[in-house]
Design a binder for this molecule. Structure first.
Ligand SMILES: [Zn+2]
Length: 116
């Protein structure tokens, strides 16, 4: 009964204050998500973690004593990743940071599972 009331309240609230995707503005059903599935799948992953001597490692060669480095995403102007980074950097939307970090954590877990 309480769960149903909570659901009705949440649905009614959604009519007046809809949860929208930070990337494309489409309607989101769950309020704890920031991106829709379409935007999540459009994020430009580099897969550099699986690649030795990748461009990120090469960038730091001779500058820092690193054993490995990689970037999670390609940065492209006028694309979703730029919008997300700007939301985090210039508007202080830390939820974006947690979302991107969550994606990175999931990626790392998959890599660790592959290594075992
Ligand atoms: Zn979206």
């Amino acid at each position: 009964m309480i769960a149903q009331l909570k659901n009705i309240f949440s649905s009614t609230l959604h009519l007046f204050y809809p949860h929208v995707c930070t990337g494309c503005g489409s309607d989101l059903l769950k309020e704890d998500h920031l991106l829709c599935f379409k935007c999540i799948h459009q994020l430009p992953h580099t897969n550099f973690a699986k690649l030795a001597n990748n461009p990120i490692e090469k960038y730091f060669w001779g500058r820092l004593p690193l054993t490995a480095a990689y970037s999670q995403f390609y940065f492209s102007k006028e694309f979703l990743i730029q919008h997300l980074i700007h939301q985090l950097k210039y508007r202080g939307d830390t939820k974006i940071g947690f979302t991107l970090a969550g994606s990175w954590e999931k990626h790392c877990r998959n890599l660790i599972a592959l290594m075992r």
